[in-house]
Design a protein. Structure first.
Length: 130
């Protein structure tokens, strides 16, 4: 089951289930993604049933949002900076990212106007929600 937050035009941000033809709104069952996570075991079967029965909204008519809009913690590990040939175990070097760093598919990242271009470097990141 693929879960998402979505928004239609300027409407409220709602939780949904992604299906082959779009997204099914399940906001009447679980109003927020936090509620989906907190009660997933209790609502899983109901969400699956709604995904199969309700008419989906085409993805062309919605804007997918970040799955968690303001996560409480974003922990990062610099393991990807280590040399590929290095196989010795090392202590994890962790750091926190600002929750405002989360954007959804197709969203624009806005850099502060007063910064110099070399201050920000781009790189792909993999996010895992546990």
């Amino acid at each position: 089951m693929k879960l998402a937050l979505f928004q239609q035009e300027r409407g409220p941000i709602r939780p949904g289930v992604i299906v082959p033809d779009g997204v099914v709104d399940v906001g009447d069952i679980v109003p927020t993604m936090d509620a989906v996570i907190d009660h997933f075991a209790d609502v899983h079967d109901q969400l699956q049933q709604l995904a199969e029965q309700r008419q989906p909204i085409s993805l062309e008519h919605v804007h997918l949002r970040a799955p968690l809009q303001r996560p409480s913690k974003i922990m990062c590990c610099i393991a990807n900076y280590w040399e590929h040939a290095q196989r010795e175990p090392r202590p994890l070097n962790m750091f926190l990212k600002n929750p405002d760093a989360v954007v959804g598919p197709g969203d624009t990242i806005r850099l502060p106007a007063f910064t110099v271009p070399w201050m920000f470097m781009h790189e792909a990141e993999l996010g895992i929600v546990i």
